[in-house]
Design a binder for this molecule. Structure first.
Ligand code: CP
Ligand code: NVA
Length: 305
């Protein structure tokens, strides 16, 4: 079987993404009915973390165990990688000892280098530039509630970060509209770097206007991991880009709200929105478990074109 990695949403075609989402649905049903098969028996996942995690670590680790496999967690600071071992050497060694690898790190280039020297599939568990597993879970959650995401309108409010980049890629591939509203000062660099893939995106200076008639409003922290030095500056910059009740009321009547978590109530989202009736954040978090099981089955057991 041809070696395939999942480093960003655009590594998969629309058919492949829909196949993983379809498999996620079956796996979620089997999970509910307690009828999961041991499809990953004898398989091992190694996870490498350069940044903290709750959801990613738990969902991958428990997911592997539920399907009969094992998961090993490496905090890179405790490994030779943390002491400067070349990433290419680490990739060659680690990939000879397991069946699949997940990495959470800083630069996208690092996961790319790692994957270029790995003899097993590599999954991006978050970099500064992409968070593709979370977007799989978010799209899956939307489809659970609304059937399809095609031709729907999603609005992203806030930082132009890893989550936003992955939404941009998903909108082009899965054919939905993506409104983006961020402080205008951020827009210039972002637009020039992603414009070629942003064919379904519309930028708004006004976050209230961006939400109009949206089927999904979503946001994320103003300060992502690795940018902590900028926290004070960012709090001032993003003040107007908080998802508050008035913005949700400007969206479609049955609009959903998502946030990848962890969230800061009173900053990027108000408590009444994240804890309110339109919020599906707990389903979204649970769905990491189901979509990643599907992703691992897809990469290890085949079923892609
Ligand atoms: N959403 C997400 O990736 O959460 P963790 O940082 O807890 O893994
Ligand atoms: N954008 C956030 C997502 C956390 C899951 C970060 O990178 O810190």
């Amino acid at each position: 079987m041809k070696l395939k990695h999942f480093l960003k949403i655009s590594d998969f075609t629309k058919t492949q993404l829909l196949q993983v989402l379809d498999m996620s649905n079956s796996l979620k049903t089997s999970h509910r009915e307690k009828k999961l098969k041991q499809s990953l028996s004898g398989k091992s996942l190694v996870m490498i973390f350069d940044k903290p995690s709750t959801r990613t670590r738990l969902s991958f680790e428990i997911g592997m165990q539920e399907l009969g496999g094992i998961a090993v967690v490496l905090q890179s600071r405790d490994t030779q990688l943390g002491r400067g071992e070349p990433i290419e050497d680490a990739a060659k060694v680690i990939s000879r000892m397991c069946d699949i690898i997940m990495i959470r790190t800083f630069d996208q280039k690092s996961v790319e280098s790692f994957s270029n020297h790995s003899c097993v599939p590599v999954i991006n568990g978050l970099t500064n530039e992409h968070h593709p597993c979370q977007i799989l879970a978010d799209v899956f959650t939307f489809m659970e509630y609304r059937g399809t995401i095609e031709n729907r309108k999603v609005t992203w409010i806030g930082d132009l970060n890893n989550m936003c980049f992955s939404w941009v890629e998903a909108s082009s591939i899965l054919d939905f509209k993506l409104n983006i509203s961020c402080p205008p000062a951020l827009k210039k660099n972002f637009v020039s770097s992603i414009l070629p893939t942003a064919r379904n995106c519309t930028f708004f200076d006004d976050p209230f206007e961006a939400c109009e008639n949206s089927d999904l409003v979503t946001t994320d922290v103003w300060t992502s991991m690795g940018y902590e030095d900028e926290e004070d500056k960012r709090k001032k910059l993003f003040g107007k880009w908080s998802v508050t009740k008035d913005k949700i009321e400007n969206a479609a009547r049955d609009c959903l709200f998502m946030h990848c978590l962890p969230a800061h109530r009173g900053e990027e989202v108000s408590a009444e929105v994240i804890d309110g009736p339109r919020s599906v954040v707990w389903d979204e978090a649970e769905n990491r478990l189901h979509v990643q099981k599907a992703l691992i089955e897809f990469l290890l057991l085949g079923r892609y074109n």
